[in-house]
Write a protein that binds this ligand. Structure first.
Ligand code: NAD
Ligand code: IPM
Ligand code: MN
Length: 351
């Protein structure tokens, strides 16, 4: 029997609602397939934890998480209790950075039965490869002067190593898919970092003559996600560009409530972390209507990256059978509650 040790962090807001739903599904799918067992331990790291303890996690928090095969996270952030930059840098971004989860994989494709926010979407299947450790998400900079003279300076950091790594992963993925990599750039406006990004992209493209490659400015590319999503395959972007594009991708998938993501540690030193693209959704907390599919599809990615591709594919097929038959939460225009959608997935996973 293979056992996967999973650290679950429900976090804040709807994270606390959808995490138990995903765990119910994971236990069922493992049970149905046999040979696999999950050993979950829950960590209460969240804004409530911060209010009690003055930190988002204890001092040995990272050490404890490092003992697991993977981290499974709901959502972090409750600005009514803790400012976002404190909660996010104290938990989500801390884990991504300290566990060297340098790549964030964010698929965007339309599941059967779901209405995209586009009127007439053609079939699209995009994967956003987001550089996840540096770029615009750096803590270098500061605030100087006072009152109306105050200035905030934010330094972006782009290393050749991490940039190349993200691009290599994008080309590798494209070689197993439609064979196109689109790079998100802004070399017409961002003076130092983006021409550097483009040069590296050209270098890596030249090493992959069988893969088509193109660069698009981030502003035009965001629009292209809306007008021509079916023309895209793998999209590689910096930390911020990848963040923004993955929310556009989520909208054309019908709702951010369905979009999954994987923060991958590639050197094997630390666990990877799996979390949906969405946040804590304070506007729908407590209503029982959060879409559980983002978290459950994220569980599919956790299975895939832990060597369980067959179980993962089965789970995605069942999710899609359920959406195809109209079991959808209100964010998708449906009338079903969170637990009803989960129950339907569980019923259809088999005995
Ligand atoms: P959000 O993703 O929480 O919400 C945006 C919109 O999407 C809201 O209308 C919300 O109701 C809806 N939505 C999100 N998840 C949904 C779901 N599962 N089902 C149905 N509808 C859903 O983004 P936001 O409002 O910008 O951020 C709220 C908080 O979450 C902030 O504190 C933010 O920093 C944090 N956040 C955390 C993460 C993360 O933990 N990975 C990601 C994004 C935002
Ligand atoms: C995401 C979120 C985070 C990010 C925030 C909450 C820091 O938007 O996971 O997409 O910007 O990466
Ligand atoms: Mn985001």
């Amino acid at each position: 029997m293979k056992t996967l040790k999973i650290a679950s962090i429900p976090g804040d807001g709807v994270g606390k609602e959808i995490m138990p739903e995903a765990i119910r599904v994971m236990e069922k799918v493992a049970d149905v397939h046999g040979g696999l067992k999950f050993d979950f331990e829950e960590f209460p790291y969240s804004c409530d934890y911060y209010l009690k303890h003055g930190a988002m996690m204890p001092e040995d928090g990272m050490d404890r998480l490092s003992q697991f095969d993977s981290v499974f996270l709901g959502a972090v952030g409750d600005a009514s209790k803790v400012p976002d930059h404190i909660s996010l840098w104290g938990l989500l971004l801390k884990i991504r950075q300290e566990f060297q989860q340098e790549i964030n994989i964010r698929p965007a494709k339309l599941l059967k039965g779901i209405n995209s926010k586009l009127a007439n979407p053609q079939d699209f299947d995009i994967v956003v490869v987001r550089e996840n450790s540096e770029g615009e998400y750096s803590s270098i900079g500061g605030r100087i002067f006072h009152d109306d003279n105050e200035i905030a300076i934010q330094n972006n950091v782009f290393s050749k190593r991490a940039t190349k790594q993200a691009m290599n992963i994008a080309f590798d993925l494209a070689s197993k898919r439609k064979g196109l990599v689109t790079s998100a750039t802004k070399s017409n406006g961002i003076f130092h970092a983006m021409p550097f990004w483009d040069e590296i992209f050209d270098e890596i493209s030249a090493k992959h003559p069988n893969i088509k490659s193109e660069s698009k400015h981030i502003d035009a590319l965001a629009a292209y996600f809306i007008t021509h999503p079916h023309e895209l395959d793998v999209v590689v972007g910096s930390n911020l560009f990848g963040d923004i594009l993955s929310d556009v991708g989520a909208a054309i998938m019908g709702s951010i409530g369905v979009a999954p993501s994987a923060n991958l540690n590639l050197n094997g030193k630390y666990p990877s972390m799996f979390e949906p693209v969405h946040g804590s959704a304070p506007d729908i907390v407590g209503k029982g209507i959060a879409n559980p599919i983002g978290q459950i599809w994220t569980a599919k990615m956790l299975l895939e990256f832990n060597g369980e591709a067959n179980i993962a594919e089965h789970l995605l097929k069942v999710i899609e059978a359920v959406t195809a038959d109209g079991y959808q939460t209100p964010d998708l225009g449906g009338k079903y509650k969170m637990t009803e959608v989960t129950d339907e997935i569980i019923n259809r996973l088999g005995k």
